[in-house]
Ligand binder design. Structure first.
Ligand code: 5GP
Ligand code: MN
Length: 345
């Protein structure tokens, strides 16, 4: 396994990708976000432009606000096209995993990734990669996988193959993973990459509006309901929680992506450093956690909700009922009272 030490990995990757006309399959994590889709389209456009055949596969459906890209690269949804993806995998020369650190994050595709016997490449910015790929580029200081893709592409000599579509997609990844340049931006890196991407003439106003001004009326009303009726704030623990049942989702005609961003709202309350969102799914409860400062939600999620992620943005799940999950969270707050009080923002 080659890891990102020195230039060795970039030289090997250059060799691996340098022979044209290979079949590349790019995969993202489950419930792909702007960074996952942006990285995949960005890298996919560059590799196709260079001369490879590229297919993107995402484990499950993704929201409408990520379906406006100029790129015409095919994005297959594994859940819907299992057989097609299975036969594509047989012909694939290189598998590239983007924006996730362990095969489990690819959900129903996990086994397919592990079984794949030809070269596997990882490009990701989450901590503690499990090492399931032969070439592993994992850089936690990067704001986004998209920013990292740009650097990798430069290092392996493919910068000249960046085009408008790639620049648009990579910008989207950086913009979404930094919450529109509000966090993970303490290094010059993201701005410097964005500045380069602007040279392809991308329309950043248009991209911003396509992501953030593209909601349905129902989604806005669901948000209103959550903030107005469902948010519970615990000032003594500097924490807040929102939870949503299947019934509520149905009432507001839930579409994939509609609850994206909800978990961030409580953090704009003065002195709140920890926010949780629990959403009732068919057979589990999906948990999202966000924090400010040095309160590590990835560790919290790993220890109590079989999850992980970044220090300030993590996810997980619970097999308890929605009510029990919420109760478990509230009980846990007591355990973390000291740490929450001491959190430096
Ligand atoms: P979100 O709350 O938006 O689903 O996820 C926030 C962050 O946590 C993302 O970086 C995502 O990749 C990561 N994440 C979400 N769910 C899980 C999970 O179940 N396990 C792990 N390890 N990471 C997760
Ligand atoms: Mn990311």
């Amino acid at each position: 396994v080659l890891k990102n030490t020195g230039n060795e990995i970039f030289n090997s990757l250059k060799e691996l990708l340098g022979q044209k006309h290979q079949k590349m399959l790019l995969v993202t994590h489950e419930n792909p976000d702007g960074d996952a889709i942006g990285s995949a389209i960005g890298l996919g456009e560059i590799l196709r432009n260079f001369g490879h055949e590229v297919i993107i596969v995402v484990p499950n459906d993704y929201p409408a606000f990520l379906q406006w890209f100029s790129s015409d690269l095919e994005i297959l949804i594994y859940e819907r096209k299992k057989n097609q993806v299975k036969s594509l995998l047989k012909e694939t020369d290189v598998l590239i995993c983007l924006d996730f650190n362990e095969p489990k994050r690819a959900a129903k595709m996990e086994k397919k990734l592990l079984e794949f016997s030809k070269p596997k490449v990882l490009i990701d910015h989450h901590p503690n990669p499990s090492g399931f790929c032969d070439y592993s580029i994992s850089e936690t200081e990067f704001s986004s996988t998209a920013e990292l893709v740009f650097e990798v592409v430069k290092k392996i000599g493919l910068k000249d193959y960046i085009n408008y579509n790639a620049a648009e997609a990579l910008f989207t990844g950086i913009m979404t993973d930094t919450g529109s340049f509000s966090h993970n931006i303490s290094r010059p890196g993201p701005f410097s990459v964005v500045s380069s991407l602007m040279e392809w003439g991308i329309d950043t106003d248009k991209i911003h509006a396509a992501i953030y001004h593209n909601f349905s009326e129902n989604r806005m009303k669901l948000l209103g309901h959550c903030l107005g009726q469902k948010m519970e704030v615990f000032p003594e623990f500097r924490s807040a929680i929102i939870w949503i049942s299947q019934k509520e989702l149905e009432d507001y005609d839930f579409q994939p992506g509609d609850t994206e961003g909800f978990v961030n709202y409580p953090l704009s309350i003065n002195n709140i450093v920890f926010s949780a969102l629990f959403i009732e799914k068919k057979d589990h409860v999906k948990a999202s956690f966000r924090s400010k400062g040095n309160f590590p939600v990835n560790e919290f999620s790993r220890d109590h909700f079989s999850g992980g992620g970044h220090r300030n943005a993590a996810g997980g799940e619970s097999k308890l009922s929605l009510e029990e999950s919420v109760e478990k969270f509230k009980q846990l707050l007591k355990q973390y009272e000291h740490q929450l009080k001491e959190t430096i923002i």
